[in-house]
Write a protein that binds this ligand. Structure first.
Ligand code: L34
Length: 293
């Protein structure tokens, strides 16, 4: 069993990006600038966005954080998105999800200029991904693929089973790994809450990707000997052993499943750090006008 070290890979990528930014600065090019909108006080969202801003600082990007209370109106948020769309210095904009219930998330995502949509959530960019056009790939699926690539894990003609069909992870990763690409060319099965007898599918997986947010959903008897297991779950559960008072739990029962695997991602330190690096990569691509001219 080999642990997939997302933390280590993300540090490597961070240094690669920092080197490139130094070069851009030396040549007098456009310094990448990421804007993030954060609403409310969800502990997870605050942590992730703070990490994203710190990552920007580390690699030499500019960043702008707009933090609002959760009683702001949809109109206010739409106006802010529009203002950022029109700010020529800003290359990328993310609106951290989830949003408060009184705000229509889809409407906000569609208000973001696709050319600045470094989350890749705008329907125009989702469509471009689906047909294989240059686009901003959503960060978590791109991170999963980057881990597969850097660990030389074979996907060609393998059976990938994805559990969870969300717009942010399950759906896009299933599309990407079925494509005629490397990594890719897998046979993909997409399971979700209405899948009957989940185990009969997960047991067939050469590569099992789980993104549902149910701690411990995947148990030992659901995984084939020698499988690659990628755990995207990051549920915050209370803990009295950590000083923050909580800890992150994946969707996989790590202790029991790990001994059966050829490779497995830990939580934390697996996919999460890669998600942040892929956001930086998209912002860099935007500043360099590599997706849209
Ligand atoms: N708009 N909303 C938008 N874009 C995104 O790409 C996200 N996502 C998901 C939630 N909402 C979003 C994230 O950023 C999940 N997510 C995310 C980002 C980073 C990490 C986890 C989830 C992460 O860094 N995880 C670390 C531990 C962080 C900690 O200390 O709590 C890990 O090692 O898993």
């Amino acid at each position: 069993m080999e642990l997939i070290d997302g933390k280590k890979i993300s540090e490597q990528i961070k240094e690669e990006i920092a080197t490139e930014v130094n070069q851009i600065k030396a040549e007098g090019g456009k310094v990448p600038h990421l804007a993030a909108i954060l609403i409310g006080h969800d502990g997870g969202s605050i942590t992730y966005v703070n990490h994203k801003v710190a990552d920007c600082q580390h690699v030499g990007f500019r960043s702008s954080l707009f933090h609002y209370e959760d009683d702001i109106t949809e109109e206010f948020l739409l106006a802010k998105v529009e203002e950022i769309n029109n700010d020529a210095d800003i290359d990328g904009l993310i609106v951290q999800l989830p949003l408060p219930k009184h705000i229509n998330s889809q409407k906000i995502l569609e208000a973001i200029n696709p050319q600045k949509d470094v989350d890749g959530f705008h329907p125009a960019n989702v469509g471009r991904m689906a047909v294989g056009l240059p686009t901003f790939l959503p960060a978590t699926p791109a991170g999963i693929i980057e881990l597969i690539r850097r660990y030389n894990i074979e996907t060609f003609a393998k059976h990938v089973v994805v559990v969870g069909r969300s717009n942010i992870v399950g759906s896009p990763v299933s599309i990407l790994l079925a494509k005629n690409a490397t990594p890719g060319n897998a046979t993909v099965t997409l399971c979700h809450r209405y899948t009957e007898n989940l185990k009969q599918y997960t047991l067939q997986a050469d590569i099992l990707i789980v993104a549902v947010g149910i701690p411990g959903l995947i148990t030992e008897e659901m995984v084939k000997e020698g499988a690659v297991v990628i755990d995207v779950g990051t549920t915050r559960v209370k803990s009295d052993v950590t000083k923050s008072g909580f800890k992150l739990k994946g969707d996989v029962d790590f202790e029991a499943v790990a001994p059966k695997c050829s490779y497995i991602t830990p939580v934390p330190g697996g996919v999460g750090p890669l998600t942040r690096m892929m956001l930086l990569k998209n912002t860099l691509k935007s500043a360099k006008k590599e997706v849209y001219q």
